[in-house]
Design a protein around this ligand. Structure first.
Ligand code: HEC
Ligand code: HEC
Ligand code: HEC
Ligand code: HEC
Ligand code: HEC
Ligand code: HEC
Length: 431
């Protein structure tokens, strides 16, 4: 493989990443905009979307009318008889998405069509319609590691090949070289060799870094059995996060409240107007008769909330370490939940950055790049965290006693960061 081969190789790397990006975009749009009403394989509020393009084509829809439907179904309904028929599917109407481009719509359909039938979500009691698809990025992207493996083999062979060629050139000694460029390569073989190696390494490192920041879960927003509004509770009524997520400062997980916690208030608070229906769902689940919450039937049934934030099994994340020891606020990672009037979702990093006081990060939320970027910026300097001064004072004292020059090195940028305390060690985050 010569220079041209190498270019082709690097080009492939580029294309591979952009392919991943578009698949990822389709998934993230689907999850944030469509998953509340649609599932690939099951009818929910809207019909299942698997292979809907074929369906429309076979049904005789006009060209372009499917995209028009997604952008504004009313326009499609008015212009295409097929769309008009689709609009009668249910009494509920679809939202309009005028801001989606044709490419984005295609990316959504590509993503939907790529969902295997087996991933159709199982109905759980109290959770009709399932939660949409949990982000199974590990499975979806595992093929990349095979591709990478193959790529590495190619590199090894090609570097070997280059070396052999150079050796052959070397052995052919002082024979005049015919081709100009070959002569040039031969003359500068050391540099060319190094150059090729550097290019290959850069390509690989760059691809790896790219993989670490695939934002597969960004903006993920599954449906929930009860439309629980955070703004009304944590904002308007000022309920502390820890009243409901009561282990966030004590243990690994923050915890989701049981229905009994809801009943502390909702035995009395029954709401007015259309709230009544929503709040009734809690009664049934807590074993109270839906009418007024008065009678206790004893028949409880768990509300199954769909988990929004979830890391792969091989990652260790601890809330108390961040909230209690590190003094990191919930809104740094979850956005301002006191203003959240829709269902919880994985807040994209761009939105997190707009919140006052947040450490500014660039990698997609919940990816490895996101974690380690913060660990390299966030400081644990003495007295910087209210009430935690003592803990960090002790750490600083020990660092100083241990190795003064290392401590000075740490402090060169004016702070000791999480990474300098070991927050970049693989084993801290990986089992
Ligand atoms: C608020 C609920 C809702 C949301 C959100 C929603 N849809 Fe729909 N969608 C519907 C309903 C309901 C229908 C069925 C048509 C009807 O009854 O009006 C439908 C129909 C469709 C159809 C036609 C399906 C068929 O079988 O012919 C497509 C395609 C579609 N939606 C795509 C999307 C896409 C893409 C998104 C996200 C960008 C989206 N929808 C978001 C409710 C929704
Ligand atoms: C009255 C109880 C209550 C209060 C107060 C409350 N939450 Fe929640 N929270 C819930 C419930 C119930 C869920 C699960 C239902 C859902 O996802 O909508 C939830 C879900 C969440 C999730 C998503 C969890 C996941 O599955 O990944 C986050 C993040 C969250 N809350 C953060 C907060 C923050 C931050 C505050 C304080 C500003 C707060 N909550 C206050 C009850 C509460
Ligand atoms: C500390 C008291 C308190 C707790 C605990 C509490 N709520 Fe509420 N909830 C309220 C108040 C107050 C309202 C507003 C009622 C009103 O506006 O009249 C409300 C309103 C609601 C509504 C109606 C929202 C709407 O759309 O208008 C729902 C649904 C609800 N709560 C669900 C829950 C669930 C589920 C839990 C348990 C995870 C819970 N609540 C726990 C106090 C509480
Ligand atoms: C440094 C970032 C960070 C901070 C700060 C943070 N969280 Fe989380 N939170 C996460 C991650 C990451 C997950 C997913 C954990 C998993 O899947 O193991 C999560 C999950 C959750 C969940 C889902 C249930 C669970 O425990 O897995 C809730 C609820 C939640 N957080 C609430 C809170 C609240 C309330 C606060 C503030 C007191 C808070 N978080 C602070 C990163 C953070
Ligand atoms: C907003 C910044 C921030 C983000 C984002 C963040 N962390 Fe941290 N992390 C901290 C701080 C601050 C500490 C506290 C350091 C200490 O123990 O004193 C910490 C500590 C840790 C530790 C303990 C390190 C040690 O030396 O004992 C682990 C493990 C960890 N984080 C994992 C994660 C994982 C996994 C993620 C991503 C899902 C993550 N963190 C995201 C700021 C962050
Ligand atoms: C601060 C926490 C943290 C540290 C330190 C860390 N990782 Fe990760 N790592 C993560 C998280 C979080 C994920 C899951 C990312 C996702 O789901 O997109 C991950 C995923 C991975 C993956 C799977 C690939 C992927 O993108 O899902 C590999 C491989 C990996 N890490 C290797 C390493 C190695 C090697 C090191 C040490 C040099 C390391 N990690 C250090 C948090 C960390």
């Amino acid at each position: 493989m010569g220079n041209r081969g190498l270019f082709a190789f690097i080009l492939t790397l580029f294309m591979l990443t952009s392919f991943v990006t578009s698949a990822q975009e389709g998934e993230s749009i689907f999850n944030s905009k469509c998953a509340t009403c649609h599932n690939p394989h099951k009818d929910m509020t809207g019909p299942k979307l698997f292979e809907v393009r074929q369906k429309w084509e076979e049904g005789g829809a006009m060209e372009g009318s499917l995209h028009q439907w997604v952008k504004n179904w009313q326009v499609a309904e008015a212009t295409d008889p097929y769309a008009k028929e689709v609009a009668t599917w249910s009494p509920s109407a679809m939202t309009t998405f005028a801001d989606l481009t044709d490419e984005q719509i295609e990316a959504v359909f590509d993503y939907v069509d790529a969902q295997p039938v087996a991933s159709a979500v199982v109905d759980t009691p109290g959770n009709p319609g399932g939660g949409g698809n949990l982000p199974t990025e590990e499975n979806d992207f595992s093929w990349i590691w095979y591709v990478l493996g193959a790529v590495f083999l190619v590199i090894i062979f090609s570097v070997g090949g280059v070396k052999r060629q150079l050796q052959e050139l070397d052995e052919s000694g002082d024979q005049p070289l015919k081709v100009g460029s070959k002569a040039w390569i031969f003359k500068n073989r050391k540099f060319v060799g190094i150059g090729v190696l550097v290019a290959v390494m850069t390509g690989v490192v760059w691809l790896l870094l790219g993989l670490y920041q695939i934002g597969v879960v960004s903006a993920y927003q599954p449906s929930q059995p009860i439309a629980f509004p955070h703004d009304i509770h944590a904002g308007i009524n000022g309920i502390d996060c820890k009243y409901c997520h009561n282990s966030a400062n004590k243990s690994k997980s923050a915890g989701i409240p049981t229905t009994n916690v809801c009943m502390n208030c909702h035995k009395q608070v029954q709401g007015a107007g259309d709230q009544v229906e929503k709040i009734k769902n809690i009664y049934a689940s807590a074993g109270f008769s839906p009418e007024g919450g008065g009678k206790y039937s004893g028949e409880t049934e768990n509300i199954v909330w769909n988990k929004v934030h979830s890391l792969p099994d091989h990652v260790y994340f601890n809330h108390s370490q961040h909230v209690e020891i590190g003094g990191v606020d919930c809104k740094q990672c979850h956005g301002d939940m006191t203003k959240q009037n829709e269902l919880p979702r994985v807040v994209p990093v761009e939105e997190l950055n707009q919140i006052e006081g947040n450490v500014q990060l660039s990698k997609p939320t919940l990816t490895m790049g996101w974690c380690i970027e913060c660990h390299s910026i966030k400081d644990v300097s003495t007295g910087t965290i209210e009430g935690k001064g003592g803990y960090y004072d002790e750490i600083h004292k020990r660092l100083l006693e241990n190795d003064e020059s290392l401590y000075d090195e740490y402090l060169e940028d004016g702070k000791v960061t999480v990474s300098e305390l070991g927050g970049w060690e693989c084993a801290k985050c990986h089992y």
